[in-house]
Ligand binder design. Structure first.
Ligand code: ADP
Ligand code: MG
Length: 278
């Protein structure tokens, strides 16, 4: 079924305001399985369907974002590892996502697993991604979304140094807030020492199960701590979201009418419109 940009929106807006300069957003949380990749891919797809030029940088050696965006990341395809470690230009690895004219992906292969170690001995090891994106004329893009691995190592540090915004997906489960303090301290440290313009811009609540009281308690607690940083839109549990990657698609094209697709569309709209206020 063909995707219809704007089809899920109540206000019939086909094009969203473009930011005045590239917004680089690191999607980070050192916990695995909280929805970083699902959020990166679907927010990026939703933005691209509304007139934004979007690049997804896959910074997780597992390459889940590359898979979801049908971007080859096996064998010896050039990938983010070679950009970070071998100084390959970004232009040599970025691919347009099939059937998504405004969406691009910088893929990760399993080689990237070695980068955490190999980066340690390199010059400007924390700023390799930032430099690569700057040299790539990032002005071409409205959004660069960086899908981080589940750790706070040098790959995530590279993302936080390259970005101006951090987006944290929080799963509406019991241990949701565990580890969040450590992540926020890392963001503060990077702001203090490496990237003064970095800010926590967005928290998105994921895998919300409206039938449980726990989910709404977690959501309330996060909102009372973080206020307007938390998107009004909550991402529900939706099996369509977990099925889409195996078809090499975002849920936006796989099943645009599903609850997960509509929620990510609304979340992306909130993000796009926030650009115009702050
Ligand atoms: P992370 O990148 O943080 O490790 P993922 O985005 O890969 O997390 O999500 C972990 C798993 O949960 C994946 O199998 C994904 O398909 C699934 N998933 C993510 N968000 C949802 C959701 N809202 N509803 C149902 N399944 C989800
Ligand atoms: Mg992931």
């Amino acid at each position: 079924m063909a995707a219809q940009p704007g089809a899920t929106s109540g206000d019939g807006d086909a094009l969203w305001p473009r930011p005045s300069k590239t917004r680089v957003i690191a999607v980070a949380n050192q916990k695995g399985g909280v929805g970083k990749t699902t959020t990166s891919v679907n927010i990026a797809a939703a933005l691209s369907m509304h007139g934004q030029r979007v690049l997804v940088v896959d910074l997780d050696p597992q390459g889940n974002a590359s898979t979801a965006l049908a971007t080859e990341h096996r064998g010896d395809v050039p990938d983010v590892y070679q950009v970070l470690v071998d100084d390959l230009p970004m232009a040599d690895i970025v691919k347009q996502v099939p059937d998504m004219p405004n969406l691009y992906c910088a893929p990760a292969t399993i080689d990237l697993a070695g980068a955490e170690i190999e980066l340690v001995s390199l010059v400007a090891r924390e700023a390799r991604l930032r430099r690569a994106l700057a040299a790539y004329d990032a002005m071409e893009f409205d959004y660069i979304v960086i899908d981080c691995p589940p750790s706070l190592g040098l790959l995530t540090v590279n993302a936080l140094v390259a970005a101006e915004e951090v987006m944290i997906p929080i799963q509406c489960e019991y241990y949701a807030l565990e580890g969040l303090g450590q992540l926020l301290r890392n963001v503060d440290l990077i702001r203090a020492h490496l990237n003064p313009t970095l800010r926590l811009s967005t928290i998105v609540l994921t895998m919300y199960d409206g039938r449980t009281r726990l989910a709404s308690q977690v959501a309330d607690e996060v909102r009372s701590h973080f206020g307007d940083t938390v998107l009004r839109t909550v991402i529900p549990r939706s099996v369509r979201l977990s099925e889409a990657p195996s078809y090499g698609q975002s849920v936006m094209t796989y099943d645009p009418g599903s609850s997960g697709a509509m929620a990510y569309m609304d979340a992306a709209r909130e993000i796009a419109h926030r650009a115009t206020v702050s």
